[in-house]
Design a protein around this ligand. Structure first.
Ligand SMILES: [Zn+2]
Ligand SMILES: [Zn+2]
Length: 283
């Protein structure tokens, strides 16, 4: 059912130690038709630009012998006041307001969203596509339901922004639950928002990612996993193309067999998961 992996972090990302050679040899063993290296590019500072340069250099070189290899990037939307704040604090990674005094206390305020580079800038490094994924607030504790509602609203907004942005090829890990599981019942997210997101993704020709962590994270319940697989099936039935992403960082285990039962249970069959159409690649 799954013949590609379009979300992999390599040794060139600040948070990964997975050698490109291991990725290539494993992907070959698994018969993948397409694999994409998507190292993080959160901010346009020395740290992240250094990662992108290294990733581009090595992936473009390896591509000569591995035509199924793609150079991607993982982008993340950040609200403007936070974005500016992070740029002044290169030790921070740009993910969440935890650990310092944020420029605002109300996370629901709709500040403009920023991402690290323009599409032209990304293309100048040889980047062929982007997994664009929200990360904000995932590691911030939500002490009461009002904060959870604010968080869901923030996610909804970030995802709709990504669905319309020219830099997004694949909407990565929708409603990602983060390192702390900030919600454990997928039905807390209003169904109407699924319809809106599906329409926006379809209208703009975007793909959506089935991120393996959503179905294997030991902190998630069986109920949650079934709900999330249903959500992916809903997107597929609505006409949104679904890709697979292992989001591997430090090792490259093959976890397809763990998630396929959940996917089959909601109707996914071989042929339902997509590779990227060459027409959707930037170069
Ligand atoms: Zn991510
Ligand atoms: Zn990732």
């Amino acid at each position: 059912m799954i013949h590609s992996d379009l979300h992999i972090h390599s040794e060139f990302s600040y948070d990964s130690s997975l050698p490109l050679e291991i990725i290539l040899s494993e992907a070959k063993k698994r018969g993948y038709r397409q694999i994409g290296i998507t190292d993080h590019l959160n901010l346009p500072n020395d740290k992240f630009i250094g990662c992108l340069s290294a990733s581009a250099k090595h992936v473009l070189e390896a591509k000569k012998n591995h035509p199924q290899l793609l150079l991607g990037v993982e982008l993340t939307p950040i609200e403007k006041p936070f974005f500016d704040f992070y740029l002044d604090h290169p030790d921070l990674l740009g993910y969440s307001p935890a650990g310092y005094t944020p420029p605002t206390e109300n996370i629901a305020i709709p500040y403009p969203l920023e991402m690290a580079m323009t599409k032209d800038e990304l293309m100048s490094y040889g980047v062929q596509y982007a997994v664009a994924a929200a990360h904000g607030y995932i590691d911030t504790p939500y002490p009461d339901v009002h904060d959870k509602i604010a968080a869901i609203a923030a996610w909804e907004r970030m995802q709709l922004y990504l669905a319309a942005d020219e830099r997004t090829t694949i909407l990565g890990h929708p409603y990602y639950h983060g390192l702390q599981i900030w919600y454990d019942d997928f039905s807390v997210i209003p169904y109407s928002t699924h319809e809106e997101l599906a329409a926006a993704l379809k209208e703009n020709g975007k793909y959506i990612e089935m991120n393996v962590d959503m179905l294997v994270n030991p902190k998630t319940t069986e109920l949650f996993r079934h709900q999330y697989a249903e959500y992916m099936r809903f997107m597929f039935e609505a006409g949104v193309r679904v890709t697979f992403g292992s989001d591997s960082h430090n090792a490259y285990p093959d976890r397809r067999n763990e998630i396929i039962p959940y996917l089959e249970a909601v109707g996914f069959r071989d042929g339902d998961f997509s590779e990227l159409d060459p027409l959707d690649l930037w170069q």
